[in-house]
Design a protein around this ligand. Structure first.
Ligand SMILES: [Zn+2]
Length: 491
């Protein structure tokens, strides 16, 4: 259906959702979740800080996933560990029957971003080079806290149905949720909620970019680079040609395409012709259906690099994720809850911390951002998330809260710093309350859930969910490991 007719329908649905009998009323279940979250606030923050300290790579979040799964089990939720053939993926649930309301949690960190919870660039002591620059320590913990708070209301008979927390690893490039979708873990779910730490509070029908990740590895032939260069075949040359070809290709791609790469291996010494090199790409577009043909063209660039340098190409297709399909009906519910719960205020010490962080930022947004909830309807975020694939099979909505100093970009040391102190904690607590109260609304509003499903069907139209994974593709559990040449080392 056209975007205009979809917007019209969504508007009608959102309005009718607003008239639902139980939304916005204060009752025992609402008081119950708020009390539960207040009681657990200190222990939740301790858990988040431990995950922040652990700062583990995607698919290697052993400590982080155990902390959350153990907390869920201790709170009486039934925990299924190692789901979807992923050691660090798990599900924790409570209750029985429908509705089944899912809340997503993430907990992977990013490389090169070790940082203390200080308002200046200070790496943590030691070798550890990872940091929670996307705030997933807050994401996972707030979501689990909300799920536990709702579970307590089901246990006490104030709500009926199932609350389910999804422990989702490797969001940053590992596409963990896509494998969880393919394992059927969302098949019986009625609605899915998520959130994300940010530098503003926001809700709305916001989409994201679909993305494919690929590593091109080249095997060449080593030789002395000065005395016998004619005997060598440089894998690094192949990487450089691939990068040049993709830069030229960029001009001839559909509007809003994004292509970016890093060279993860390029040889060890100038006097040795590199026998192995690797280049790692992301390629993105607002519509996943454009990505497959774009990817085929990118692979041609790598083939050209190998052909011209007489090296061997090995393609490690790490898979793809779809764009988010927003859901206006669910967004309407979450927006009201976020607006009514937003009480963010910073102490003098926090404001001083923020002022020092802002000295290091190009964009100095004012602190009035704390009091606002921005409307991001009909926008497309320029990042990608594997939440996208879930949103094609279950009505899904999310929001952001201020966990970083306004103006802070994601994936920066400033995000790690604020997320490791009370600014992050306050945003996390706001998110937990918003998630839990939205879930209470959904448990009590079967008509809203039905409307959300109807909207998903309308948005899909004749299109069916199609994953960007290859048939039978397994989770790339080693995608964060340093690249290794496929040839055995000399004895
Ligand atoms: Zn993130």
């Amino acid at each position: 259906m056209s975007r205009a007719s979809c917007l019209l329908l969504c508007g009608i649905l959102a309005l009718s959702a607003g008239h639902t009998r139980v939304l916005g009323q204060t009752d025992n279940a609402e008081q119950g979740v708020l009390q539960s979250l207040a009681d657990r606030r200190e222990s939740s923050w301790q858990t988040a800080q431990k995950i922040w300290q652990a700062a583990e790579p995607g698919y290697q979040e052993t400590v982080s996933s155990e902390l959350l799964a153990d907390a869920a089990a201790a709170a009486g939720l039934t925990v299924r560990r190692q789901v979807a053939e992923i050691p660090t993926a798990f599900i924790a649930e409570f209750g029985s029957g429908h509705p089944v309301i899912g809340i997503l949690g993430e907990y992977d960190a990013l490389p090169g971003l070790s940082q203390q919870a200080e308002p200046e660039r200070l790496a943590r002591p030691g070798e550890h080079n990872w940091g929670h620059a996307c705030g997933h320590h807050l994401f996972g913990t707030a979501s689990l806290s909300a799920a536990i708070a709702v579970a307590e209301q089901i246990r006490s008979g104030k709500l009926a149905g199932t609350i389910r927390f999804y422990g989702c690893p490797a969001e940053e490039g590992g596409s963990g949720k896509v494998f969880m979708v393919q394992a059927g873990l969302f098949n019986d779910c009625d609605a899915v909620l998520h959130w994300h730490p940010g530098s503003r509070n926001a809700a709305g029908d916001r989409s994201s970019l679909a993305r494919i990740a690929v590593k091109f590895q080249f095997e060449g032939r080593t030789a002395h680079a000065a005395s016998a260069p004619h005997l060598g075949r440089s894998a690094l040359d192949a990487v450089e040609l691939t990068a040049h070809a993709s830069e030229l290709m960029r001009e001839h791609t559909p509007e809003n395409t994004r292509i970016h790469h890093v060279i993860t291996s390029g040889g060890d010494a100038p006097n040795v012709v590199p026998p192995f090199a690797e280049i790692y790409y992301y390629i993105r577009h607002p519509e996943g259906r454009f990505l497959k043909p774009l990817y085929e063209r990118l692979e041609l660039c790598a083939r050209a690099g190998a052909l011209a340098t007489e090296t061997q190409l090995k393609v490690r297709y790490e898979g793809g994720i779809r764009e988010i399909l927003p859901n206006s009906v669910l967004t309407g519910v979450v927006r009201r809850r976020l607006q009514s719960q937003n009480d963010l205020q910073w102490t003098e010490a926090e404001q001083k911390f923020a002022a020092r962080i802002q000295q290091t930022l190009d964009t100095k947004d004012g602190l009035e951002a704390l009091r606002q909830v921005d409307d991001v309807d009909n926008t497309i975020g320029k990042g990608s998330t594997d939440v996208g694939d879930i949103s094609w099979v279950v009505p899904t909505t999310g929001f952001t809260t201020v966990c970083w100093v306004p103006g802070t970009p994601a994936h920066s040391w400033q995000a790690v710093a604020a997320g490791g102190m009370s600014i992050g904690e306050k945003g996390m607590h706001l998110a937990a309350r918003t998630l839990a109260l939205t879930a209470v609304d959904l448990f009590r509003s079967p008509d809203v859930l039905q409307q959300a499903v109807a909207e998903l069907k309308q948005r899909l139209g004749t299109e069916k969910y199609e994953s960007l994974m290859r048939p039978g593709q397994k989770p790339p559990l080693d995608y964060r490991n340093p690249p290794k040449a496929g040839v055995p080392a000399s004895p």
